[in-house]
Design a protein around this ligand. Structure first.
Ligand SMILES: Nc1nc2c(ncn2[C@@H]2O[C@H](COP(=O)(O)OP(=O)(O)OP(=O)(O)O)[C@@H](O)[C@H]2O)c(=O)[nH]1
Ligand SMILES: [Mg+2]
Ligand SMILES: [Zn+2]
Length: 289
Protein backbone atom coordinates (compact mmCIF):
# COMPACT_ATOMS: atom_id res chain seq x y z
CA UNK A 1 0.00 0.00 0.00
CA UNK A 2 1.26 3.45 -0.94
CA UNK A 3 1.38 6.35 1.48
CA UNK A 4 1.87 10.01 0.75
CA UNK A 5 4.24 12.01 2.89
CA UNK A 6 6.63 14.93 3.18
CA UNK A 7 10.39 14.80 3.67
CA UNK A 8 11.08 16.44 7.03
CA UNK A 9 14.81 15.73 7.23
CA UNK A 10 17.56 14.36 5.01
CA UNK A 11 20.67 12.65 6.35
CA UNK A 12 22.73 11.56 3.40
CA UNK A 13 20.70 8.90 1.62
CA UNK A 14 18.36 8.39 4.52
CA UNK A 15 15.25 10.49 4.76
CA UNK A 16 12.68 11.08 7.46
CA UNK A 17 9.22 11.14 5.92
CA UNK A 18 6.15 12.35 7.75
CA UNK A 19 3.08 10.58 6.42
CA UNK A 20 -0.17 12.44 5.99
CA UNK A 21 -1.54 10.12 8.73
CA UNK A 22 1.03 11.66 11.11
CA UNK A 23 3.50 8.80 11.51
CA UNK A 24 7.19 9.41 10.75
CA UNK A 25 9.18 6.83 8.78
CA UNK A 26 12.85 6.30 8.11
CA UNK A 27 13.11 5.89 4.35
CA UNK A 28 15.54 5.13 1.56
CA UNK A 29 14.89 5.98 -2.06
CA UNK A 30 14.35 3.14 -4.49
CA UNK A 31 17.08 3.07 -7.08
CA UNK A 32 20.36 4.85 -6.94
CA UNK A 33 20.28 8.36 -8.20
CA UNK A 34 17.78 10.57 -6.53
CA UNK A 35 18.29 13.81 -4.77
CA UNK A 36 15.49 14.67 -2.46
CA UNK A 37 15.21 17.57 -0.11
CA UNK A 38 13.21 18.82 2.85
CA UNK A 39 9.71 19.76 1.76
CA UNK A 40 9.55 17.25 -1.09
CA UNK A 41 6.30 15.31 -1.31
CA UNK A 42 6.86 11.63 -1.84
CA UNK A 43 5.03 8.39 -2.24
CA UNK A 44 6.27 5.71 0.16
CA UNK A 45 5.84 1.99 0.51
CA UNK A 46 6.16 0.54 4.01
CA UNK A 47 9.03 -1.91 4.30
CA UNK A 48 9.12 -2.62 8.00
CA UNK A 49 8.53 -1.08 11.40
CA UNK A 50 8.68 2.67 10.88
CA UNK A 51 10.61 2.09 7.68
CA UNK A 52 9.78 2.71 4.10
CA UNK A 53 10.99 2.97 0.54
CA UNK A 54 10.46 6.14 -1.45
CA UNK A 55 8.87 5.25 -4.77
CA UNK A 56 8.33 8.57 -6.41
CA UNK A 57 8.55 12.25 -5.83
CA UNK A 58 5.76 14.73 -6.47
CA UNK A 59 6.04 17.73 -8.72
CA UNK A 60 7.90 20.59 -7.01
CA UNK A 61 6.00 23.88 -6.92
CA UNK A 62 9.23 25.65 -6.03
CA UNK A 63 12.81 24.56 -5.49
CA UNK A 64 15.25 26.74 -3.63
CA UNK A 65 18.86 25.94 -4.40
CA UNK A 66 22.22 27.50 -4.96
CA UNK A 67 24.85 26.62 -7.50
CA UNK A 68 28.30 27.36 -8.78
CA UNK A 69 30.00 26.29 -11.99
CA UNK A 70 30.38 22.74 -10.81
CA UNK A 71 27.50 21.74 -8.67
CA UNK A 72 24.21 22.67 -7.11
CA UNK A 73 23.04 22.41 -3.55
CA UNK A 74 19.36 21.99 -2.84
CA UNK A 75 17.97 23.88 0.15
CA UNK A 76 14.24 23.14 0.27
CA UNK A 77 11.32 22.23 -1.96
CA UNK A 78 7.79 23.61 -2.10
CA UNK A 79 8.48 26.60 0.12
CA UNK A 80 6.33 29.66 -0.47
CA UNK A 81 8.37 32.09 1.61
CA UNK A 82 12.00 32.69 2.42
CA UNK A 83 12.90 34.25 5.75
CA UNK A 84 16.38 35.75 5.63
CA UNK A 85 17.84 35.90 9.12
CA UNK A 86 20.54 38.43 10.03
CA UNK A 87 21.58 39.75 13.43
CA UNK A 88 23.08 42.80 15.09
CA UNK A 89 26.12 40.60 15.66
CA UNK A 90 28.09 38.88 14.25
CA UNK A 91 28.13 41.18 11.23
CA UNK A 92 26.24 40.11 8.13
CA UNK A 93 26.69 40.47 4.38
CA UNK A 94 24.14 42.56 2.51
CA UNK A 95 25.31 40.92 -0.71
CA UNK A 96 24.15 37.57 0.66
CA UNK A 97 20.76 39.10 1.45
CA UNK A 98 20.41 40.37 -2.11
CA UNK A 99 21.35 36.96 -3.48
CA UNK A 100 18.73 35.24 -1.32
CA UNK A 101 16.16 37.81 -2.46
CA UNK A 102 17.00 37.22 -6.12
CA UNK A 103 16.59 33.46 -5.62
CA UNK A 104 13.19 34.13 -3.99
CA UNK A 105 12.00 36.56 -6.68
CA UNK A 106 12.91 34.12 -9.45
CA UNK A 107 10.69 31.47 -7.87
CA UNK A 108 7.96 33.99 -7.05
CA UNK A 109 8.36 33.32 -3.35
CA UNK A 110 7.59 35.90 -0.73
CA UNK A 111 10.58 37.20 1.20
CA UNK A 112 10.93 38.59 4.70
CA UNK A 113 14.08 39.82 6.44
CA UNK A 114 14.49 39.27 10.18
CA UNK A 115 16.95 41.36 12.14
CA UNK A 116 17.54 39.18 15.20
CA UNK A 117 19.39 39.89 18.48
CA UNK A 118 17.99 43.41 18.79
CA UNK A 119 18.70 43.07 22.54
CA UNK A 120 22.40 43.48 21.66
CA UNK A 121 21.98 47.12 20.77
CA UNK A 122 25.54 48.36 20.35
CA UNK A 123 25.43 47.74 16.61
CA UNK A 124 21.67 48.02 16.22
CA UNK A 125 21.68 51.38 14.42
CA UNK A 126 24.31 50.20 11.98
CA UNK A 127 22.36 47.02 11.22
CA UNK A 128 19.10 48.91 10.74
CA UNK A 129 20.82 51.35 8.38
CA UNK A 130 22.27 48.46 6.34
CA UNK A 131 18.77 47.09 5.88
CA UNK A 132 17.17 50.39 4.84
CA UNK A 133 17.72 49.72 1.12
CA UNK A 134 15.71 46.48 1.39
CA UNK A 135 12.93 48.10 3.37
CA UNK A 136 12.68 50.83 0.73
CA UNK A 137 12.08 48.12 -1.88
CA UNK A 138 9.11 46.89 0.14
CA UNK A 139 10.61 43.82 1.79
CA UNK A 140 9.37 43.55 5.39
CA UNK A 141 12.22 43.95 7.88
CA UNK A 142 11.23 42.55 11.27
CA UNK A 143 13.28 43.61 14.27
CA UNK A 144 13.17 41.20 17.15
CA UNK A 145 15.06 39.15 19.65
CA UNK A 146 14.61 35.39 19.62
CA UNK A 147 15.30 35.52 23.36
CA UNK A 148 12.28 37.69 24.13
CA UNK A 149 9.49 37.57 21.55
CA UNK A 150 8.97 36.14 18.09
CA UNK A 151 5.27 36.96 17.69
CA UNK A 152 5.89 39.55 14.96
CA UNK A 153 7.57 36.80 12.92
CA UNK A 154 4.87 34.24 13.70
CA UNK A 155 2.28 36.50 12.04
CA UNK A 156 4.24 36.47 8.80
CA UNK A 157 4.53 32.68 8.81
CA UNK A 158 0.82 31.99 8.88
CA UNK A 159 -0.37 30.01 5.88
CA UNK A 160 3.13 29.62 4.44
CA UNK A 161 5.80 27.00 4.09
CA UNK A 162 8.77 29.13 5.12
CA UNK A 163 12.48 28.42 5.16
CA UNK A 164 14.94 30.21 7.44
CA UNK A 165 18.18 31.00 5.63
CA UNK A 166 21.25 33.00 6.53
CA UNK A 167 24.80 32.96 7.75
CA UNK A 168 25.83 30.77 10.65
CA UNK A 169 25.27 32.16 14.13
CA UNK A 170 22.45 34.56 13.22
CA UNK A 171 19.99 32.61 15.35
CA UNK A 172 17.90 30.55 12.90
CA UNK A 173 17.68 27.55 15.21
CA UNK A 174 17.09 29.77 18.25
CA UNK A 175 14.16 31.33 16.37
CA UNK A 176 12.91 27.88 15.45
CA UNK A 177 12.93 26.82 19.10
CA UNK A 178 11.20 30.02 20.17
CA UNK A 179 8.43 29.41 17.62
CA UNK A 180 8.20 25.66 18.19
CA UNK A 181 9.50 24.66 21.63
CA UNK A 182 9.24 20.94 20.84
CA UNK A 183 11.67 21.40 17.94
CA UNK A 184 14.68 21.31 20.30
CA UNK A 185 16.96 22.32 17.44
CA UNK A 186 20.60 22.47 18.56
CA UNK A 187 22.09 25.97 18.93
CA UNK A 188 25.55 27.10 19.89
CA UNK A 189 27.51 30.12 21.04
CA UNK A 190 28.91 31.90 18.03
CA UNK A 191 32.45 31.88 19.46
CA UNK A 192 32.36 28.10 19.94
CA UNK A 193 30.92 27.60 16.48
CA UNK A 194 33.62 29.79 14.94
CA UNK A 195 36.34 27.90 16.78
CA UNK A 196 35.07 24.59 15.47
CA UNK A 197 34.68 26.07 11.98
CA UNK A 198 31.43 24.18 11.58
CA UNK A 199 27.83 25.19 11.33
CA UNK A 200 25.74 24.14 14.28
CA UNK A 201 22.83 22.99 12.12
CA UNK A 202 24.10 20.33 9.76
CA UNK A 203 20.94 19.51 7.79
CA UNK A 204 17.58 21.09 7.14
CA UNK A 205 14.58 20.07 9.23
CA UNK A 206 10.91 20.74 8.63
CA UNK A 207 8.54 21.49 11.53
CA UNK A 208 4.79 22.04 11.72
CA UNK A 209 3.80 25.41 13.16
CA UNK A 210 0.07 24.76 12.92
CA UNK A 211 -2.31 22.99 10.53
CA UNK A 212 -1.47 25.21 7.60
CA UNK A 213 1.96 26.66 8.40
CA UNK A 214 5.32 24.96 8.16
CA UNK A 215 8.86 26.06 9.02
CA UNK A 216 12.18 24.71 7.74
CA UNK A 217 15.40 25.44 9.65
CA UNK A 218 18.46 25.16 7.43
CA UNK A 219 22.25 25.11 7.95
CA UNK A 220 24.14 28.41 7.81
CA UNK A 221 25.58 29.48 4.50
CA UNK A 222 28.48 31.72 3.53
CA UNK A 223 27.74 31.98 -0.15
CA UNK A 224 24.70 31.91 -2.36
CA UNK A 225 25.84 31.14 -5.89
CA UNK A 226 23.22 31.64 -8.59
CA UNK A 227 25.08 30.22 -11.53
CA UNK A 228 21.89 28.55 -12.78
CA UNK A 229 20.06 31.82 -13.44
CA UNK A 230 19.90 33.23 -16.95
CA UNK A 231 20.65 36.93 -17.41
CA UNK A 232 16.92 37.50 -17.94
CA UNK A 233 16.20 35.81 -14.63
CA UNK A 234 18.82 37.94 -12.89
CA UNK A 235 17.11 41.09 -14.22
CA UNK A 236 13.76 39.77 -13.02
CA UNK A 237 15.30 39.12 -9.60
CA UNK A 238 15.71 42.86 -9.00
CA UNK A 239 12.22 44.38 -8.76
CA UNK A 240 13.64 47.91 -8.94
CA UNK A 241 14.96 47.18 -12.45
CA UNK A 242 11.70 45.91 -13.88
CA UNK A 243 10.12 49.31 -14.66
CA UNK A 244 13.35 50.40 -16.40
CA UNK A 245 13.74 47.42 -18.70
CA UNK A 246 13.00 48.40 -22.25
CA UNK A 247 13.95 52.03 -21.63
CA UNK A 248 17.63 51.70 -22.49
CA UNK A 249 18.83 53.01 -25.86
CA UNK A 250 19.95 49.56 -26.98
CA UNK A 251 17.53 46.69 -26.84
CA UNK A 252 20.22 44.21 -25.82
CA UNK A 253 21.71 46.58 -23.21
CA UNK A 254 23.73 44.81 -20.50
CA UNK A 255 23.31 47.80 -18.17
CA UNK A 256 27.04 47.79 -17.87
CA UNK A 257 28.61 50.74 -19.66
CA UNK A 258 26.31 51.31 -22.61
CA UNK A 259 25.35 54.89 -23.48
CA UNK A 260 21.72 55.75 -22.85
CA UNK A 261 21.29 53.00 -20.24
CA UNK A 262 18.25 53.64 -18.03
CA UNK A 263 19.62 51.43 -15.25
CA UNK A 264 22.94 53.25 -15.06
CA UNK A 265 21.08 56.54 -15.01
CA UNK A 266 18.99 55.30 -12.09
CA UNK A 267 22.12 54.25 -10.20
CA UNK A 268 23.66 57.66 -10.85
CA UNK A 269 20.59 59.52 -9.63
CA UNK A 270 20.48 57.44 -6.44
CA UNK A 271 17.19 55.78 -7.35
CA UNK A 272 18.90 52.38 -7.36
CA UNK A 273 21.24 51.40 -4.53
CA UNK A 274 24.84 51.15 -5.77
CA UNK A 275 25.37 48.10 -3.55
CA UNK A 276 22.43 46.30 -5.12
CA UNK A 277 23.69 47.30 -8.56
CA UNK A 278 27.13 45.86 -7.75
CA UNK A 279 25.54 42.51 -6.88
CA UNK A 280 23.52 42.67 -10.10
CA UNK A 281 26.76 43.06 -12.08
CA UNK A 282 28.47 40.22 -10.27
CA UNK A 283 25.46 37.93 -10.83
CA UNK A 284 25.42 38.83 -14.52
CA UNK A 285 29.08 37.94 -14.86
CA UNK A 286 28.52 34.69 -12.96
CA UNK A 287 25.85 33.33 -15.26
CA UNK A 288 27.40 34.04 -18.64
CA UNK A 289 24.03 33.36 -20.29
N1 LIG B 1 21.62 37.94 22.61
C1 LIG B 1 20.97 37.15 21.76
N2 LIG B 1 21.55 36.01 21.35
C2 LIG B 1 20.88 35.22 20.49
C3 LIG B 1 19.59 35.57 20.00
N3 LIG B 1 19.19 34.61 19.14
C4 LIG B 1 20.19 33.70 19.09
N4 LIG B 1 21.20 34.06 19.91
C5 LIG B 1 22.46 33.31 20.16
O1 LIG B 1 23.20 33.22 18.94
C6 LIG B 1 23.96 31.99 18.93
C7 LIG B 1 23.78 31.27 17.59
O2 LIG B 1 22.42 30.87 17.47
P1 LIG B 1 21.96 29.65 16.54
O3 LIG B 1 20.48 29.61 16.66
O4 LIG B 1 22.73 28.40 16.87
O5 LIG B 1 22.40 30.18 15.09
P2 LIG B 1 22.08 29.53 13.65
O6 LIG B 1 21.74 30.65 12.75
O7 LIG B 1 21.08 28.45 13.78
O8 LIG B 1 23.52 28.94 13.26
P3 LIG B 1 23.84 27.70 12.24
O9 LIG B 1 23.02 26.54 12.63
O10 LIG B 1 25.32 27.48 12.42
O11 LIG B 1 23.51 28.22 10.87
C8 LIG B 1 23.48 31.18 20.13
O12 LIG B 1 24.43 31.32 21.16
C9 LIG B 1 22.17 31.86 20.52
O13 LIG B 1 21.89 31.75 21.90
C10 LIG B 1 19.00 36.78 20.46
O14 LIG B 1 17.89 37.18 20.10
N5 LIG B 1 19.75 37.53 21.33
MG1 LIG C 1 21.15 26.46 13.32
ZN1 LIG D 1 20.72 49.39 -19.83
Amino acid sequence: MKHIGTIVAAHGRQYLVELSEGQTLRCFPRGKKSELVCGDRVSVELSGDNQGVIDSIGERKTLLYRSNEFRQKLIAANVTQIVIVVATEPSFSDELITRCLVAAECQDMKAVIVLNKCDLNERLDFAVASLAAFEKLGYPVLRLSAHSSVEVLRQHLSGHTSVLVGQSGMGKSTLTNALIPEAKAPTREVSEALDSGKHTTTHATLYRLDDHSTLIDSPGLQEFGLHHLSSKAVEYGFPELRPLLGQCRFRDCHHDREPGCAVLAAVKSGQISPRRYAVFCSLRSETGR
